[in-house]
Design a protein around this ligand. Structure first.
Ligand code: GTP
Length: 386
């Protein structure tokens, strides 16, 4: 049986840790002990036995002191440090996968530190490309009984779905305090949600919510959310009493099937598309540089084939749209790939090709001596000489 990964994400205080604890004991009672990972560096006590705990390798307080950071910055930095070791973590889980059906992962309460950081994306991507992976989005049910709070929370969940592109289960926690029926109704019946919004406005006074702008915003957002809800599974659980955990595991099984049928193919397609785009981008920036320097002409004249080491220079001198920073933010997972072949990173200089490259630049320089781009060309030539 293949191991599937469940990543627990949710607002601070929604009950992720308590949910993890209950899920762990529930699976153990079924003799399916999960592989447990804690990714919250700031948590004081982990009430379940974690197989891998970020706190063992990264001391959150030390990160704060050493890097002079505030609490959230330290969480992000701790995750960054941890993500550099993600290959080893995945290797460990892979080794243990025969003895476990589920790998469950707890994330920091500061949801944005995980979801919107490059390291969070690297960690999620690494698991998702190795195992079928499902997001469990934990919702504090009693705190979401107001329709506007509920909608804000669902919009957040929606943004996570579109960011991670992974199957998601909305877990309404704390159902021992408030049943999740109202939320299920709002998610399936647009009219019911509309009337809840109206009632809420009447009850809490206008406060600007009833203004034309706000009502039309809420209306259009809830229509948009209908599409989002159709892609989700939802379950109500109580991490205190253990209610609903069998249904949750059924939902995980369904989502794993969905992952295999749909998400996996979609992910593979996206990865392929990114690689093709990256290749095209490199070609384009290389061509741009060659054109700048008149290298196309020079190349035609001496009849040489393209030279790989030019890419080193193109990485250095590219335009804003191709900057390293942008790739780091958006496609952090591909950083290794981006730098592959960069001799400044690998230290492997291709001796055979360098003189040829210098010759071509020298020719190009001569050809463009009086052109406006000659200054750039000189700078590049100086770089090569150095
Ligand atoms: N009544 C009730 N309370 C719960 C349930 N699950 C969690 N709680 C309570 O909710 C509070 C927050 O729970 P945690 O598990 O610490 O929540 P968390 O999301 O891990 O918190 P952070 O990691 O700090 O964001 C605690 O006081 C829990 O006792 C539940 O199912 N029912």
């Amino acid at each position: 049986m293949t191991l599937s990964t469940v990543i627990c994400i949710g607002m601070a205080g929604s009950g992720k840790t308590t949910f993890m604890q209950r899920l762990n004991s529930h699976l153990r009672s079924k003799e399916q002990p999960p592989y447990v990972i804690n990714l919250d560096p700031a948590v004081l006590n982990v009430p379940y036995g974690a197989n891998i705990d970020i706190r063992d390798s990264i001391k959150y307080k030390k990160v704060m002191e050493n890097y002079q950071l505030g609490p959230n910055g330290a969480i992000v930095t701790s995750l960054n440090l941890f993500s550099t070791k993600i290959d080893q973590v995945i290797g460990l889980v892979e080794k243990k996968q025969d003895g476990h059906t589920h790998c469950i992962i707890d994330t920091p309460g500061q949801i944005e530190c995980f979801v919107w950081s490059a390291s969070g994306a690297i960690i999620t991507e690494s698991f998702a490309s190795t195992f079928p992976t499902v997001i469990a989005y934990i919702v504090d049910t009693p705190r979401n009984s107001s329709p506007t709070t509920f909608m804000s929370n669902m919009l957040y969940a929606c943004s996570i779905l579109y960011k991670t592109k992974l199957p998601m289960i909305i877990v309404f926690n704390k159902t021992d305090v408030k049943k999740e029926d109202f939320a299920k109704e709002w998610m399936t019946d647009f009219e019911a949600f509309q009337s809840a919004v109206r009632e809420d406005q009447e009850l809490n006074g206008d406060l600007g919510m009833g203004s034309g702008y706000m009502s039309s915003l809420i209306n259009s957002m809830s229509l948009m959310l209908e599409e989002f809800y159709s892609q989700l599974d939802m379950v109500g659980v109580s991490s205190y009493t253990g209610d609903g955990f069998d249904q949750f595991l059924d939902a995980v099984d369904d989502k794993v099937k969905e992952y295999d049928e749909f998400y996996k193919a979609e992910r593979d397609r996206i990865v392929k598309e990114k690689e093709e785009k990256e290749q095209k981008r490199k070609e384009k920036s290389l061509n741009g540089l060659m054109k700048d320097l008149g290298l196309n002409e020079a190349k035609k004249n001496d009849g040489h084939e393209s030279d790989d080491s030019i890419e080193v220079i193109s990485d250095l001198e590219e335009g804003e749209n191709d900057g390293i920073l942008e790739r780091d933010e958006d496609e952090g997972v591909e950083r290794e790939y981006t730098f592959a072949g960069d001799e400044r990173m690998t230290g492997e200089v291709n001796e055979d090709k360098t003189p040829d490259l210098q010759k071509r630049y020298a020719e190009a320089l001569a050809a463009t001596a009086k052109s406006p781009s000659s200054e750039t060309a000189e700078n590049i030539a100086r770089y090569i000489r150095e």
